[in-house]
Design a protein around this ligand. Structure first.
Ligand code: SAM
Length: 196
């Protein structure tokens, strides 16, 4: 069934997590056994469904999607997989929704508008447990981010991804690894000294 969801997403040109990225994140999830995951950017639920098998026994995923059609498809896919008790889809703009959330998360996966990553980061730090991990996908964006790229097209995304990397690598309360896997993944742990 998960293979059908993946194939359908690819056929419909819906951007879903790359296999290498999923493998890398799966390793982290196996280690962390998270009780609470937050995902920014559900699309049709593919990554959330894949992550759900690594949750703690009583673990849950909240996932936010701005596009109503995609969110409804995600809800449908999640129901077909019998995962509606584990995965909660929130329809709306994560920039507006994140400040209203009160749960604290062990893992936050950022996989939405690249130009908004610094905003997602700020909201994520507030929602993250101490020692929790923020995983951000596409941070190297086709090699543009660490290269000389300065074209008008995609400039906002590239500028904001550069800003994201600066923020997560320079904040003393955070510890970050950037992996050249898939489209680039930033893995950021909130250190014990960081304020919640
Ligand atoms: N995580 C999904 C997966 O791997 O199966 C893929 C997510 S796709 C790369 C990014 C999604 O983020 C899109 O469906 C898009 O509509 C959504 N998105 C973009 N900006 C958003 C925002 N501000 N709030 C919530 N969702 C957003």
């Amino acid at each position: 069934m998960i293979e059908i969801i993946k194939e359908e997403a690819i056929k419909d040109h819906i951007p879903i997590i790359m296999d290498d990225t999923l493998n890398e994140i799966s390793k982290i999830l196996i280690q962390e056994k998270p009780k609470q995951i937050l995902e920014i950017g559900t699309a049709v639920g593919y990554s959330a469904i894949c992550f759900s098998k690594f949750l703690h026994e009583y673990g849950k995923i909240d996932t936010i999607e701005i596009d109503e059609v995609r969110a409804k498809k995600a809800i449908d896919n999640i129901r077909k997989m019998n995962l509606e008790k584990k995965i909660n889809v929130i329809i709306g703009n994560a920039i507006e929704i994140m400040p209203t959330l009160t749960t604290k998360y062990d893992i936050i996966f950022i996989d939405a508008a690249k130009g908004k990553y610094p905003i997602f980061l700020k909201a994520s730090i507030r929602l993250l447990n101490t020692n929790g991990i923020i995983i951000a996908d596409n941070v190297l964006y086709k090699g543009y981010v660490l290269g000389e790229y300065n074209k008008h097209k995609q400039r906002t995304a590239v500028t904001n991804l550069r800003e994201y990397i600066k923020l997560v690598t320079e904040d003393k309360n955070l510890e970050t690894k950037i992996l050249d896997i898939g489209d680039g993944i930033a893995i950021t742990r909130k250190k014990g000294t960081a304020s919640n």
